[in-house]
Ligand binder design. Structure first.
Ligand SMILES: [Zn+2]
Length: 435
């Protein structure tokens, strides 16, 4: 059986093995590697495909969105059937990727990456690939990567161009220091929303990200570019700058003034394995180290359940567990018992809001129908409904909703209050009142 697998691998990867910098040894390293791809939109889907086709042993993929017709011009892993079925991107991507390479271990998570789950998602991987569409998530990834010593391949696309860099903790500064706290792609920066986007730009950036990832994962550390660059596919240009070194006072990339920094240091020849702990007092360092190793051990053994309440979306496990919300950052709206935060998503007229995860999709279906909505998609992972004014509500099993077509945030908030808040439940539970 083992022999058979080896023969198949030799054949499958023969052209890649023939490429001298990778060779048989690099190919083996890819097979042992684990990567996290965050976002399964245009960049993320392309990155995931590159990794799985190249023979990376384990791919963890996380995305908060579902496939729509407007994605298909640039998100090359998806097709009309996926859009018709309104499948979550992580689920649709995982199904395709398993067909591409049945030997790869694919872990799919339908979730929004936040400060808590970012740590557990990145806990036991060798490399993180950024396929997100917003600055806030990127900075969270940078924090998680730099506090754990994991290389991060940053990438962003808008219009006909994009930016990319491989940031190695210990060698380079973090994304916060590179882009500044007011990162481009933030509220005022250029996004797919304002500039649109074309697929060749996506593929150029994804190709550059994937190339650096392959170098890092196969132990070709001296071949790493060490630069950040911008590229434009339409008005052809490539600009490249040397990546800055760690910033002394930064708590993430420098040794910082903060209490304790724990990181895995780059090993001499490929790999990123040595653990070092700096700053703070000896006792704090010991505690931090123990917590770090404890986390890592826990993460390694967690097949389907990660820290932060994340549950893998396998074909057998459709009920995706709760993604915890960051309640301290929630804005209190109206009734102070009811905290809700609307987040604007890139690319289209979409707001996201956290819901009570304890309510099942079947129960949501009942409430929305009772409230006069038409159900337009219903699968194991999500429910989509149209309001009388033709706005769309998409509810994910993990306890999260997207409100689409509302235009202004005030209208989105009205929709939330009317259809999704606790008030809705009370009305639906007691149909005799007011019906
Ligand atoms: Zn920094």
């Amino acid at each position: 059986m083992l022999r058979e697998a080896e023969t198949e691998a030799e054949e499958r990867y023969s052209r890649q093995i023939r490429f001298a910098p990778i060779g048989a040894q690099g190919q083996r390293r890819l097979g042992e590697a684990s990567v996290l791809v965050v976002g399964a939109g245009a960049l993320g889907a392309s990155l995931a495909q590159h990794m799985v086709r190249a023979g990376v042993g384990r791919l963890r993929l996380v995305d908060r969105d579902y496939v729509e017709l407007s994605n298909l011009h640039r998100q090359t892993l998806y097709d009309e059937e996926d859009a018709e079925a309104a499948l979550p991107k992580a689920v649709a991507a995982a199904a395709k990727l398993r067909r591409v390479n049945g030997r790869a271990r694919i872990e799919a998570f339908v979730a929004d990456v936040d400060r808590r789950n970012a740590e557990s998602l990145a806990a036991d991987v060798d490399l993180v690939l950024d396929g997100t569409d917003n600055a806030a998530t990127r900075l969270l990834l940078s924090d998680a990567c730099f506090s754990r010593g994991i290389p991060l391949v940053y990438g962003g696309v808008a219009g006909s161009g994009g930016m990319t860099a491989l940031l190695v903790p210990g060698d380079h500064c973090c994304l916060r220091c590179l882009l500044g706290e007011e990162a481009p792609g933030g509220e005022d920066g250029p996004t797919c929303d304002t500039l649109g986007v074309i697929s060749p730009a996506v593929e150029m950036v994804a190709a550059l990200q994937a190339a650096e990832a392959l170098k890092a994962l196969t132990g070709n550390r001296t071949a790493l570019r060490g630069t950040w660059l911008t590229v434009d596919a339409w008005h052809f240009s490539v600009k490249e700058w040397q990546l800055p070194t760690p910033v002394e006072r930064c708590p993430y990339c420098g040794w910082g003034e903060l209490p304790v920094a724990v990181r895995r240091e780059p090993a001499e020849h490929g790999g990123f394995v040595r653990l070092s702990v700096n700053g703070g007092r000896a006792k704090e360092r010991d505690e931090a180290k123990a917590a770090f190793l404890g986390d890592a051990a826990e993460g390694a053994g967690a097949d389907t359940l990660l820290g932060g309440g994340l549950r893998e979306a396998t074909p057998e496990n459709a009920s995706i567990a709760n993604s915890p919300r960051i309640t301290t950052e929630n804005a209190l709206l109206g009734d102070e018992r009811e905290a809700a935060k609307l987040v604007v998503l890139c690319g289209r007229d979409t707001f996201q809001v956290a819901l009570k995860p304890s309510v099942s999709l079947a129960e949501w279906r009942r409430r929305l129908v009772a409230a006069g909505c038409a159900i337009t998609a219903d699968n194991r992972y999500l429910l989509r409904a149209s309001t009388a004014a033709d706005e769309r509500i998409v509810i994910f099993a993990e306890g999260r909703a997207l409100i689409q077509g509302a235009g202004e945030s005030e209208r989105a908030m009205d929709i939330y209050r009317h259809y999704l808040s606790d008030e809705t439940r009370r009305e639906a539970d007691e149909p005799s009142v007011g019906f």
